[in-house]
Ligand binder design. Structure first.
Ligand code: ADP
Ligand code: MG
Length: 382
């Protein structure tokens, strides 16, 4: 899987020291009678971002989102939105709207009434309500379905109405809790793109919860990886994918080859690691974190960075192992090769299919060489 990254209009505001975060979460904790759902989270989200909170079920994503919305009171810590401390500010006074995992549409109201509901409560003039409802239904391409009731809509259409109902209130910050979870895979992928387009069009800040890493990778400007109530890493999809900061993140985000080893040499820009599971070859790693000689570390290498070939690379006494092709998973544009080393360990290599399948040069049971560049192996100490 390739990591895609979206571009904000401004150049990466998180790298701009002048830029103030739009949402600033400081040491936020939620303790449910001794069980910690959110644990000392500090996080900055910038205006116009589509920020994704990604993590397994139960890691605290919804709780964090609910505290932002004001539905849940933090045990400690603070939330600032546009520089204003949200402590004690009720949900309806925050510049925030939330799209729930279950769309929670009113079943007895039609689409138009569902979307208009919030504005009616705010007692806006009727003409203004009509105009705003029409605009937002046009935006989500549901204008023709105005008079339908929720049960007459598909899952994807209901999702768009839930989105419209939130957007019509013109929040500055939209919170989305697994908004696409109820859709099947194909529709979900289509809706992901629609949602990104809508976000770019309206230009408001989105914070979206997801447990699907591909979804987050495709949609988000940046991702915050959560586990056990904590944020483990924050970065662009590319940063998270190419430079995971821990074993947890590298395993969680996409397929990865992971080998335990011991640091043998330690230089300023690279280290040499020896791994018994990789036939005791020298592994050269470019790295920024330091690891002492003798330290036990892990080396992570993405399958698409591993070159597979029937011929050995020239003049190479590192980052190269030999094995037998045990399985080939054909995925259309790419194939994943499962290569078994002499010690039984499987190494994965993903290669683009340049040949038609009948002409594929590497076959089952072929002896192959696997090799990769020092800059493509990640040294993990955590
Ligand atoms: P996620 O959205 O990542 O799946 P949640 O934020 O819903 O996770 O839940 C995080 C943890 O907090 C879970 O262990 C959950 O059981 C617990 N939790 C959530 N809401 C409550 C609550 N109202 N009372 C007690 N525990 C809760
Ligand atoms: Mg949840």
């Amino acid at each position: 899987m390739a990591a895609k990254s979206r571009h904000l209009n401004k150049i990466e505001p998180w790298h701009d020291p002048e830029e103030r975060p739009y949402v600033y979460i400081e040491n936020l904790t939620k303790d449910y009678d001794g069980s910690i759902a959110v644990d000392e989270v500090t996080l900055s989200v910038y205006r116009g971002e589509l920020f994704s909170l990604l993590g397994r079920s139960g890691c605290g994503k919804s709780t964090l989102l609910r505290m932002l919305a004001g539905f849940e009171i933090p045990s400690s810590g603070r939330i600032y939105i546009d520089g204003i401390d949200m402590s004690g500010i009720p949900p309806h006074r925050r510049p925030v709207s939330m799209v729930f995992q279950s769309y929670a549409l009113f079943p007895h109201m039609n689409v138009e009434q569902n979307v208009a509901f919030g504005l009616k409560q705010e007692k806006l003039p009727k003409s203004q309500i009509n105009e705003r409802v029409n605009d937002v239904l046009e935006l989500v391409q549901m204008l023709d379905f105005k008079k339908r009731k929720p049960h007459q809509l598909s899952g994807g259409q209901r999702q768009r109405i839930a989105l419209a109902r939130s957007l019509v209130k013109r929040p500055k910050l939209l919170l989305l809790d697994e908004p696409l979870a109820a859709l099947d895979k194909k529709l979900r992928e289509k809706t992901q793109l629609e949602l990104v387009n809508i976000q770019e069009e309206v230009g408001i800040t989105f914070i979206m919860v997801s447990h699907d890493q591909e979804e987050a990778m495709t949609m988000a400007s940046r991702i915050g990886i959560m586990a056990d109530g904590r944020i483990i890493q924050v970065g662009t999809p590319t940063e998270i994918y190419e430079y995971p900061n821990s074993k947890y993140v590298s395993n969680f985000v996409g397929t990865i080859n992971m080998f335990e080893g011991v640091v043998m040499e330690e230089e300023e820009n690279y280290a040499v690691v020896r791994s018994s599971v990789l036939d005791e070859i020298n592994i050269m790693v470019e790295h920024s974190t330091s690891a002492a000689i003798g330290a036990h570390v892990s080396i992570a290498i993405r399958p698409e960075k591993v070159v597979i070939s029937k011929r050995p690379p020239k003049d190479r006494n590192y980052n190269c192992v030999k094995g037998i092709v045990q399985d080939i998973v054909y995925l259309g544009d790419v194939s994943i090769y499962h290569v078994e080393l002499a010690n039984g360990r499987i190494v994965y290599s993903t290669a683009t299919n340049l040949f038609r399948i009948a002409e594929r040069p590497i076959q089952w049971d072929d002896e192959v060489y696997l090799y990769w560049l020092p800059e493509n192996s990640i040294l993990l100490t955590a």
